[in-house]
Write a protein that binds this ligand. Structure first.
Ligand code: NCC
Length: 276
């Protein structure tokens, strides 16, 4: 299989991946008593468009990066899971426009998802590792974590905060882009939140800067910038096909290699900017 060039990969991504979210009128959710808690519109029609966007990975290499001001200068900032800003402003900034969370964060006791103020700024977007090629009914009856019970509880406590759930088709469309561009078979687990969030922002923004997804010269085994926990698997992947994701992002990068080394920064065009 020939290796596609960056522009071809970007076009493939644009043409084969659709960012979609659950809406109150979507079958079989529309039949459920809590359907009205789901948004009426797709997240892509409610959020953005934004000119410049920053995607902030949670990597330990953000520590002492001093990137906070640069990150906050974007029109929209995406963060992941339980990644905090308080106390880390100098390195990661303080603006949160969208927080992408996996269903494990919503369900696990230690994240105090329902009560912690960490989740209350910006819009929330949640996803759950759905079985490959499952239909919505199968998924609904067998989510990885109880995403829907927690969603309903959160919505009751914070009815005004925008909160979307990604359609599981999206994660597998992104997975397929990775697989189709790798020589060997990759694990059948969905991509990490990092790549999902990047593609999400490419559909909302003119230009996307990703920070410390491709590690800079500050590369470290420190898992997260906000925790004293060391594991190289955080950067290289275990459950998620993270190394393959990073390979793909490296090939799509339109910024200079030097940016990666010094800032951990990748530059990607928004889908709207591409002439495919
Ligand atoms: O660690 P996590 O990811 O929350 O990180 C968010 C995204 O940042 C990128 N990253 C992170 C650390 C690192 N050293 N290098 C990186 O490139 C990755 O792209 C990552 O997706 C997830 O993807 O949702 C993940 O979530 C955690 C965990 O569930 C949450 O942090 C909540 O505690 C997963 N960890 C475990 O299950 C133990 C992780 O595998 C993936």
């Amino acid at each position: 299989r020939p290796k596609l060039s960056g522009p071809k990969l970007l076009c493939q991504m644009k043409e084969n991946v659709e960012v979609s979210s659950l809406t109150s009128d979507l079958h079989p959710f529309s039949l459920l008593p809590w359907a009205s808690q789901l948004p009426q519109q797709q997240l892509t029609s409610d959020l953005g468009p934004y000119k410049s966007c920053a995607v902030v990975s949670s990597a330990g290499s953000l520590r002492n990066s001093g990137l906070g001001k640069e990150i906050d200068s974007h029109d929209a900032v995406l963060r992941f899971n339980a990644a905090p800003t308080t106390g880390f402003e100098k390195d990661v900034g303080s603006k949160t426009t969208i927080r992408l969370i996996n269903s494990q964060v919503m369900a696990s006791e230690d994240h105090r998802f329902l009560s912690s103020s960490l989740y209350s700024s910006g819009a929330l977007v949640a996803w759950d590792p759905a079985p490959f090629s499952a239909d919505l009914t199968q998924w609904l009856n067998r989510t990885d974590y109880p995403i829907f019970t927690q969603y309903q509880r959160y919505r009751r406590l914070h009815p005004m905060q925008p909160f979307y759930i990604l359609h599981p088709r999206f994660e597998w469309q992104v997975w397929q882009r990775i697989q189709d561009n790798m020589a060997e078979p990759i694990q059948k687990n969905p991509p990490s939140s990092g790549l999902l969030g990047t593609v999400l922002m490419m559909s909302l923004c003119e230009v996307v800067h990703i920070y410390e997804f491709l590690p800079s010269r500050r590369k470290t085994e420190l898992c997260h910038y906000y925790q004293r926990f060391f594991d190289a698997a955080c950067t290289l992947g275990a459950y998620h096909p993270l190394l393959y994701e990073k390979n793909l992002v490296k090939r799509m990068n339109q910024g200079p290699d030097r940016d990666i080394y010094t800032h951990g920064r990748v530059t990607l065009p928004g889908f709207g900017q591409l002439n495919c």
